[in-house]
Design a protein around this ligand. Structure first.
Ligand SMILES: Cc1cc2nc3c(=O)[nH]c(=O)nc-3n(C[C@H](O)[C@H](O)[C@H](O)COP(=O)(O)O)c2cc1C
Length: 331
């Protein structure tokens, strides 16, 4: 059942327009340095995140795994993460924890031995029988460097078969963080995450996945019947815009992935200027893969790298850290 649902998600994301809302990044402008006084060819886009070295401040975000099709997509994306020195996250491993025959469709280390690799489970599963042993299994299964626990109350609320008991999860997540022996990231999936909750979580890092990108209300609406569709329309784009998430979570002083509607290298640069450490992208890479396979993903990534470099050039930033604060709010 989980695998069937995951296949539906991929198909819907490929075929339909599943984006909603506004990231809020359009209301910010990078501060232009008319005479950059740096050499474009010397710009260094490398950075580090949770102890890993990245050649670009970019994570290919969790999307799939657990089925032959998902396994092939993951291998392609992970291989490109290796080629370009990016981070990479697999989709929820719940199905493979419950049925170990699916493990093989999450494996990417054969094509991506050195990448910063993030395992993935739903935080709500901590109320449905999962605990530290399943979290450790997810990490070990793919030889991951970190685990992301995703929080998706909107999706679970709209999904007819959703798991909706979100009681006491802050406490449970904190207990997992203290026992995992790997960095724990708490990640949203399209409705955002802010300081209000982040400050209560004793985890290693956060991932915003804010409003302005992939919207799970729409996706679940496309899967369901008339009443689910109507419900999903009401909550289309519900949550906190990505720019707002970044602005508040930076107050935790913890490493931050900015995701949710990041669609260009200029967006990446803006999120870093606002205080994020790296940016994350999901849906556009799936669409590029579906259109033109590996070639499509390469073209998409390389366009983002060029746009980031130009953004750094035009703000006189030789290094990623130099982007910090070079942004103004337009109101
Ligand atoms: C097809 C698809 C499947 C996803 N599956 C997961 C998942 O299993 N676990 C998770 O944490 N996030 C999942 N996400 C959320 C993404 O990792 C990402 O945080 C979110 O889509 C925002 O990025 P975007 O606007 O660039 O798509 C999925 C996104 C897509 C498009």
């Amino acid at each position: 059942m989980i695998i069937g649902r995951k296949k539906d998600h991929l198909r819907i994301c490929i075929e339909r327009d599943v984006q909603a809302g506004d990231t809020g990044l359009g209301r910010y402008r990078l501060i232009y340095r008319e005479l950059p006084e740096i050499d474009y060819d010397e710009i260094d886009t490398s950075t580090s995140f949770l102890g890993a070295q990245l050649k670009y401040p970019l994570i290919i975000e969790a999307m799939t795994g657990g089925s032959p099709e998902g396994g092939v997509i993951n291998k392609c994306l992970a291989k490109l993460a290796q080629k370009y020195g990016l981070g990479f996250g697999v989709g929820s491993q719940r199905a493979a924890i419950e049925d170990s025959s699916l493990n093989e469709y999450f494996q990417v280390r054969d094509v991506a031995p050195d990448i910063f690799l993030v395992a993935n489970l739903g935080a709500v599963q901590l109320n449905y029988g999962f605990g530290i042993s399943e979290c450790k299994k997810a990490v070990k299964m793919i030889k991951a460097d970190a685990l992301a626990l995703h929080v998706n109350p909107l999706q679970e609320a709209i999904q007819p078969e959703g798991n909706r008991n979100f009681k006491n999860l802050i406490d449970k997540i904190n207990k997992i963080a203290s026992k995992l022996n790997k960095p724990l990231i708490v990640k949203a999936v399209g409705s955002g995450l802010t300081y209000n909750i982040a400050e209560k979580l004793q985890v290693s890092a956060f991932d915003t996945a804010g409003v302005g990108g992939t919207c799970w209300s729409i996706i679940e609406g496309c899967r369901g019947g008339k009443s689910t569709r109507e419900l999903s329309e009401i909550f289309r784009g519900f949550g906190i815009p990505t720019a707002e998430c970044i602005g508040t979570i930076t107050h935790t002083d913890k490493p931050l992935i900015a995701s949710g509607g990041i669609r260009s290298g200029l967006d990446v640069a803006k999120t870093l200027s606002l205080g994020a450490d790296v940016a994350g992208i999901a849906l556009p890479l799936l669409k590029a893969y579906n259109r033109e396979g590996e070639k499509g993903v390469i073209e998409h990534l390389e366009r983002i790298f060029t746009e980031l470099r130009i953004s750094m050039f035009l703000t006189g930033s030789n290094k990623i850290k130099e982007l910090d604060g070079k942004i103004e709010f337009l109101g």
